[in-house]
Design a protein around this ligand. Sequence first.
Ligand SMILES: [Zn+2]
Ligand SMILES: [Zn+2]
Length: 289
Amino acid sequence: MKDSAMTTATETPAAPLQRKPADKVNIVLFSGVTGGTIIGLPTYAYFYDYSLVDWVMFAILYVITGLGITVGYHRLLAHRSFTCPNWVKGVLLIAGGWALQNSGLKWASDHIRHHARCDQEEDPYNAQLGFWHSHCGWLLRSDPHKDPKYATKLKQDPVVMWQHRYYIPIVLSGLALPFVVGFVNEGWIGGLGCFMLAGLGRTFFVLNSTFCINSICHLWGTQPHGQSDSSRDSWWVSLITFGEGYHNYHHMYQSDYRNGSKWYNFDPSKWFIYSLSRLGLASSLRRLS
Ligand SMILES: [Zn+2]
Ligand SMILES: [Zn+2]
C-alpha cells in the first residue's frame, strides 16, 4: 500500500474541499450554451457557412454585452465608481442582461462579496480552490454563503429592481435580436446562423472572458499594487475583457472607475465611462487622487 493511502486510512484527513450540490438551472444553461457553441457552431458552418452580417452582429453584440457587464454590472452597480441618469443605467443593465450572467442585482451582490471575502470560503469564485472552480465550477454548485447584506443598497435602486424583475424577457430579447437580423438578411437559415454565432456563440465567448478575470487574474500575473489578496494584473486579459485584466489595481482601489490606471493601459471601459461624462451622461467619476 502506498504511503498516501496508509495516511488516509490511519489518520484524520485534512478537511476535503467542500463539494456543494449542483445548481440545476445553471447546469442546464451553461451546458446548453457550451454544447450549442462547441457542436452547433462548426456544424452550421459545415453546411451553410456564416455571412458577413453574422460576423458583424457577433462583433457588435460582443462589445455591447461586454461593456454592459464591465461598465454596467461591475463599475456602476458593484462599485458605484460613477453616477448616471436612470435611463443610461437602464440601457447599461439591458446590455448586461443580454450577456446571460444573471440579473445585475445577483451579479453585483456576488461580486461585492468576492471583494469583501476574497480568497475565503465565502468568496463565490474563491481561486484558492483552483482554476476550474474560480473559472466556472462555482456556477454549477449551490452557494451556502449567500448573504442578503451584500444586496441591501442594490435593492434600494429602482432601476436595479426593474432589471431584476424583467431579467428573463431581457435575456430572450438579446437572443431574439440576432435571429431577427439574420432572418431579415437571409430568411430562416440566415436567422439560425446569426442566432448561432451572434447569440449563442457570442454569449459563450463573453461568459468565458468574464470568467478569466475570476480565474486567471487570481492565479497568474503581477502584483504591482499590493499582495493583500490573490488578485493579479494581466494585460492580455484586458484585451478580451475591455480593460478588466488590471485586476490587482482594481482590488486595491476598487471604487476607481479605471482598472488600468495609466493612460496607456488598454481599458476601453474607462474610456467609455469618460466619454459618457464628456457627453453629460455620467458624473462623479471616482479615481485615486
Ligand atoms: Zn477579483
Ligand atoms: Zn470588482
